[in-house]
Write a protein that binds this ligand. Structure first.
Ligand code: NAD
Length: 273
């Protein structure tokens, strides 16, 4: 049995299957990763995007954030075949949860398309936890296509916030007088406790857990694969480079996500027949 067949077999026999994805799954959509060749941190100073900077200097933070947003998401981008393969596995009943470190919203878009292809489309949600009929989506670090008021919690579309910044509103301000912040977990900011707990339970309760396109160095997401394997899950890691959790994995697949995930889905479906 080859590596993908081992994972396909485990997925087909699992009661609960979950995946964790990182920037690598969106790299083929044209969104740069943070680290590695051409990583965003080669061009920007990571220290300018911290929660502390936002609190000290919200105007300067937003001006720099606009530049970062343009580099990361500027030309528009679409889900790729890897997002689509996971969404299809979800709507076909093989994948219960997608936990993502990404803030690009691409899993939500792929899941909505997969659901509407089945004839029961669902609306975009403003929460970091969404569920389609078959698949839970947990956006661990939030969604950079939205902004949230730090005072009243109102959320607005990210494009609206960025066009206000472009027009010189620095920082963009809510009707209540509060300051908008990108609706993401910034460096130095805590993830909501409920989100971490939910992610840990999904990992511990899974029979199969795949870590896909993540360097697995950013906590607490980085610990989720080991949490899954310590409770007996079959752990698969699909990533171009080695990760600190490779030693805990049942299968390490050093392949591009755009070949590995469609092939994995095909194997799962083949074995059903
Ligand atoms: P990372 O940049 O640290 O690592 C990405 C990993 O993906 C690398 O190990 C790389 O080898 C691998 N990779 C790249 N292209 C691949 C491909 N085509 N197939 C398989 N593997 C591939 O990113 P991370 O681990 O997700 O964590 C860093 C943080 O970066 C997260 O907090 C996340 O919020 C943020 N981030 C998000 C986005 C996004 O939303 N798309 C983009 C950049 C960074």
């Amino acid at each position: 049995m080859d590596d993908l067949e081992t994972l396909a077999d485990a997925i087909r026999n699992a009661d609960t299957a979950a995946v964790l994805t990182g920037a690598g799954i969106s790299a083929p959509s044209g969104i740069p990763t943070f680290r590695g060749d051409d990583g965003v941190w080669d061009r920007f100073d990571e220290g300018q995007f911290t929660y502390g900077r936002f609190q000290r200097d919200p105007a300067g933070f937003w001006a720099d954030r606009l530049e970062l947003q343009e580099v990361m998401f500027g030309d528009g981008y679409e889900p790729n075949v890897a997002h689509e393969a996971l969404a299809a596995l979800g709507s076909e009943g093989y994948l219960d949860a997608i936990l993502t470190q990404n803030t690009d919203g691409l899993h939500g878009r792929a899941l909505s398309s997969a659901e509407s292809n089945r004839g029961d489309g669902s609306d975009d949600s403003e929460s970091s936890t969404e569920s389609t009929e078959s698949t839970t989506l947990l956006e661990l670090h939030g969604n950079s296509q939205r902004a949230v008021c730090t005072m009243c919690g109102r959320r607005i579309d990210g494009d609206d916030a960025f066009s206000r910044v472009e027009d010189g509103e620095l920082p963009p301000t809510c009707d209540c007088g509060g300051t908008f912040k990108p609706d993401v977990v910034l460096f130095g900011e805590q993830l909501p406790g409920a989100t971490i707990q939910r992610a840990r339970s999904l990992a511990r309760d899974s029979d199969v857990f795949l870590a896909i396109g993540s360097s697995l160095v950013v906590e607490p997401a980085a610990s989720l694969p080991r949490a899954a394997s310590s409770t007996g899950a079959t752990l698969g890691i699909i990533n171009l480079e080695s990760t600190p959790s490779d030693d805990a994995a049942t299968v390490v697949c050093r392949e591009d996500v755009t070949t590995a995930l469609p092939a994995l889905r095909e194997r799962v479906l083949e074995r059903k027949q």
